[in-house]
Design a protein around this ligand. Structure first.
Ligand code: ADP
Ligand code: MG
Length: 298
């Protein structure tokens, strides 16, 4: 049986360091011992090493993308209780989490629902799954991104700031309806939506239906134009459910021996979400099934 010469071993270590092949550097000696013992052809040994390096690069790339995505920690699809949100289909969410069929064509995902209904959790969880599947994602509070874009505009660099976001297949704008046009100059948000239209995807969470978005954009024409672009290719989830936090608190309170609370309806609640108004219904824009196989813009 052949064995590794110590002088060769030392040279290999040096050369692999020089070539920046850390996974091969780590693995080559063990694999060499196995290859020598089992009499592998040289090509099989080389292929096994190359596979290790490629797998390691893939892992490191995903780690980098994950750090770059700025997702809230601990919000995963595994920890999302789909039974609590009967209006959405787990199968559809799982399909979206693969990314295929919507991210290539720059389609959008919009999550509506009252506070505490799980919008941010679901958005982050889908984002995480997408990163793990090799897509680039950025999660941001809408107000924060609007402020950054506004600074860029003041520095006459809005276009390049928006273009920089092109590297993300998906930008998640959390809490869009919290943005107020009187606090910030929100036409930058419209510029972003326009630039990504049919090109790069947006995921939006909002606790206000489209009918209230007039408070976000500078004027009605811009509001309608923004909504029209967003819904043209979009899946819309209405998560019109009881606050998860409050339900959990109630479950804890119910504990053994305590009087049961007769029903959740007895408790004061947030306003129910007014019926969703979709710009396509208002304007009859497009028509037809633009949303593709993955969903529908109702
Ligand atoms: P929203 O963004 O709609 O206001 P969040 O996603 O922040 O709501 O949810 C509030 C809290 O409740 C978070 O800690 C979240 O993880 C949890 N939560 C909400 N809905 C669910 C759910 N269906 N399954 C598991 N946890 C949930
Ligand atoms: Mg939220």
């Amino acid at each position: 049986m052949k064995t590794t010469d110590p002088v060769d071993a030392a040279r290999v270590q040096l050369l692999l360091g020089e070539l920046r092949l850390p996974a091969i550097k780590l693995m080559w000696a063990d694999l060499a011992a196995q290859a020598d013992k089992e009499g592998w052809p040289a090509a099989r040994y080389l292929a096994a090493l190359a596979e290790q390096e490629i797998a390691e690069r893939g892992r490191r790339r995903i780690e980098r993308h994950l750090a770059d995505a700025k997702l809230p920690i601990g919000k995963t699809l595994d920890t999302f209780d789909f039974d609590a949100v009967p209006t959405i289909s787990k199968a559809q969410v799982m399909a979206l989490a693969g990314g295929d069929g919507w991210l290539e064509k720059g389609a959008n995902l919009i999550l509506f629902g009252p506070p505490g209904g799980g919008k941010s959790h679901l958005a982050a969880a889908i984002g995480l799954a997408l990163v793990e599947n090799g897509w680039r994602v950025l999660f941001t509070r809408t107000t924060e991104l609007v402020q950054k874009l506004q600074v860029a505009r003041r520095e006459l660099a809005l276009e390049s700031a928006i273009a920089k976001l092109d590297k993300y297949h998906l930008v998640i704008l959390d809490d869009l309806a919290y943005v107020r046009k009187d606090q910030v100059e929100t036409s930058v948000l419209f510029e972003l939506i326009s630039a990504r239209y049919e090109h790069r995807s947006l995921m939006i969470t909002a606790n206000q239906p489209f009918g209230e978005w007039g408070k976000v954009f500078p004027d009605q024409a811009m509001t309608l134009a923004a909504i029209d672009r967003l819904v043209h290719h979009a899946t819309i989830f209405e998560m019109n459910v009881e606050s998860y936090r409050r339900r959990e608190a109630l479950e804890r309170k119910k504990g053994p021996g305590r009087p049961r609370i007769a029903s959740l309806e007895m408790l004061p609640d947030t306003e129910p979400l007014p019926h969703l108004i979709c710009s396509r219904l208002i304007f009859g824009s497009g028509g037809g099934d633009e949303a593709g196989h993955h969903g529908d813009a109702r």
